[in-house]
Design a protein around this ligand. Structure first.
Ligand code: HXC
Ligand code: NAP
Length: 294
């Protein structure tokens, strides 16, 4: 099976202007690259301008497309407004906002300082809110016919997760914002959707969530029914679809792409997978024998 193939036709995002927060690394970079291959004009933003400029140069060389690097700490509304203005003066418009920037690390919650907790909430929830509000106000002001917001959340946005409590709290808020605005802003032609990825290896996430030998101790692929981690192109395919006009009727949806990971953790009897085939004959006989005695 070839799950790394590119999904959409070549001009699927032709001339769409897409702003990707946290687009200088990891999944943001992979999605940006595919958008450019599909004809989009992109702007990548984060705190580290040098990294953004290097990524933009690399992606332009690889795809022949356009990528603007804009420094912006999403925690600060004034920086977000400035970033939007820079995109507008460079490209003349913005069609899509992809809230991908995030901060995260593992820690027992009682070890966190108030500032540590705030830092994650500020990047993930306040940052997504800042960008959404600035872009939304702009689109509504100019009566833009159609635009889209895509938020990257996680599956623990609805299950919660121990040891990443600030991130889980913030991502839950982003998911609530996605669904709320899908209804409220539909009248302005603004769609809101989210993607909940399972494990997709990136340096940013793995260094903070699986430091040292945790990578070997907790092989995340083992938690996935499909027995593998995700490939960046699979996520890029889904993101490209959700920001394209092909998904014009998809609004307020969160699409999970995790190989079945979170459901495996949720189903009460899923652990019975450990039972070997031949033991099932014995178990069936035991259950039936009990019934015959009732
Ligand atoms: C406890 C910690 C900590 C840790 C930082 N802090 N790391 N506390 N354990 N490991 C505390 C600091 O002591 C400080 O509190 C506060 O947090 C802020 O830290 P700073 O380093 O000053 O913050 P800043 O420079 O803004 O950096 C933010 C960051 C950093 C989140 C801490 O890791 C970062 O820049 N991350 C961006 C990229 C990222 O996180 N990518 C992963 C996304 S993965 P005090 O009180 O001392 O001042 C993801 C995947 C989810 O979301 C699902 C995967 C399957
Ligand atoms: P990553 O490479 O660390 O990406 C996070 C990005 O956010 C970085 O480019 C970072 O750039 C940017 N960022 C952090 N703080 C910022 C701020 N204050 N302002 C602006 N930008 C900021 O990690 P990733 O794995 O690709 O994560 C991308 C997204 O996928 C995140 O939303 C994450 O929660 C989600 N996700 C990932 C996985 C996975 O398995 N990898 C699973 C589920 C969800 P700077 O440091 O330059 O600012």
């Amino acid at each position: 099976m070839n799950y790394t193939a590119k999904m959409l036709r070549e001009d699927a995002l032709k001339d769409k202007v897409i702003v990707i927060t946290g687009g200088g690394s990891g999944l943001g970079k992979s999605m940006t690259k595919y958008f450019m291959e599909l004809g989009a004009k992109t702007a990548i933003t984060s705190r580290d301008l040098e990294k953004l400029q290097a990524t933009a140069k690399e992606l332009e060389a690889e795809t022949g497309g356009q990528c603007l690097a804009v420094q912006c700490d999403v925690r600060h509304y004034d920086e977000v407004e400035k970033m939007l203005q820079e995109v507008l003066s460079h490209y003349g418009k913005a069609d899509v906002l992809l809230n991908n920037a995030a901060g995260n690390f593992i820690s027992p919650t009682e070890r966190l300082s108030a500032n540590a907790f705030d830092t994650i909430i500020d990047i993930v929830l306040k940052g997504s809110k800042n960008c959404t509000l600035a872009f939304g106000k702009h689109w509504i002001d100019i009566k833009q016919e159609s635009s889209a917001i895509l938020n990257i959340v996680t599956t623990y946005a609805w299950t919660g997760s121990a040891y990443v409590v600030p991130s889980a709290t913030a991502k839950a808020g982003v998911l609530a914002m996605t669904r709320s605005l899908a209804v409220e802003w539909a009248k302005y032609g603004i769609r809101s959707n989210a993607i909940a990825p399972g494990p997709f290896p990136t340096k940013g996430a793995w260094d903070r969530l699986l430091p040292g030998d945790l990578k070997e101790k907790f092989d995340l692929a083992k938690k996935v029914p499909l027995k593998r981690v995700g490939d960046h192109q699979e996520l890029a395919n889904l993101a490209a679809y959700l920001v394209s006009d092909f998904s014009a009727y998809v609004n307020g949806e969160v699409i999970t792409i995790d190989g079945g990971e979170w459901l495996k953790g949720a189903g009460q009897f899923n652990l019975l997978e450990a039972i070997p085939e031949d033991m099932w004959d014995m178990l069936e006989a035991m259950i039936k024998a009990k019934k015959n005695k009732e």
